[in-house]
Design a protein around this ligand. Sequence first.
Ligand SMILES: Cc1cc2nc3c(=O)[nH]c(=O)nc-3n(C[C@H](O)[C@H](O)[C@H](O)COP(=O)(O)OP(=O)(O)OC[C@H]3O[C@@H](n4cnc5c(N)ncnc54)[C@H](O)[C@@H]3O)c2cc1C
Length: 353
Amino acid sequence: MDSCDVLVVGLGPAGGAAALAAAEAGLRVIALERRNEIGRPVQCAECVPAAMGRLVRRTGCEVQRVDAMQTVLPSGASVDSPFRGIMIDRARLDAGLARSAEEAGARLLLGWRFDALDAGAGRVRCRNAQGAREISYRLLIAADGPFSPVADALGLPSQPVALARQVTVPLLQPLARTEVYLSPDYPGGYGWLFPKGGTANLGVGVAREAGHLLRPRLHDLHRRLAGEERVGGGILARTGGGIPVGGLRPKLVVGNVMLVGDAAGLTHPVTGAGIHPAVTSGEAAGRAAARWLVGDAAALESYGAGMEELFGPSLARALRRRGELRGREGDEGALRRAWVAFPDYYRRHEVQA
Ligand SMILES: Cc1cc2nc3c(=O)[nH]c(=O)nc-3n(C[C@H](O)[C@H](O)[C@H](O)COP(=O)(O)OP(=O)(O)OC[C@H]3O[C@@H](n4cnc5c(N)ncnc54)[C@H](O)[C@@H]3O)c2cc1C
């Protein structure tokens, strides 16, 4: 049986950051990932805040900068907000992080799927097409995304998710901002056009129960923008996925298991942005692992408390706003109160009956 100090399940940005931090601290790290190629297929609109510049440089994943976010309301009114962001090659980010972790000493097991957990014994079983293997660990980091099989194996409830569908299309006019479309057409979500040099990611997200709308709504949005000669009619790539929208899980630590990134519910329930908190939580969990293993008994709990302190208030507000908007997407005032670009989003207010 393989054994390690820290077993990381999942090599997205959270798992890569966790494996890197733990390996840099000198721990024996194994990271397992069900995909054969890290980061592919990409399931992301690939926009990160400029605050992630250091990691973007380290992994060489920058594609272009954006200096604003334009929010378009159903009336056609639009508002520009000063959002400084970086459009990235997401596969490069994930692979770069994992490679750095490997260089720091982590052992990566690609093409291996977490299958079963014996938390009492500190043992995981994983599988690939050839068979199964067992890995014993002292600490486990669940970085396995929105549908976290590790959380499931711990008996934690599954998280509510929104669903997204995206196409990559030719961009016919250069764009230095992200565009967001709010509309009752996208209940529990929004449409987006994010530029990547000569192409753009064009997508739609909606509440899970409105999943049947994804395909026709994205088709309509694409047709409209192609009609305006802003994007080409062809499709270069398609993707999609689930985005946690339930906010922070009540507990990020269960015994000697830490949850990070999407598995922890750290994704913003209004914008769907989750890369930055995934990396931040992964790094914090990797460092907490190192402290715990040299006898700091409070290290894991302080990881959870730290994430709550850092992200809790903004996630709680986003969750409230998301709830307040439900069923009121036709009301432009309600849309403004529930979107991060508008001052109303940050004000305390009562919901009208
Ligand atoms: C369509 C779409 C667009 C998005 N756009 C943006 C954006 O522009 N900006 C932004 O900040 N966020 C965006 N997000 C959210 C962002 O992608 C996530 O928040 C982020 O990927 C979370 O990172 P993570 O490492 O926690 O999880 P993930 O990136 O989901 O990584 C989890 C990893 O675990 C692996 N895994 C799962 N199960 C197992 C198993 N049983 N065994 C082994 N490995 C397993 C998966 O293969 C995966 O590699 C978007 C999400 C979607 C779906």
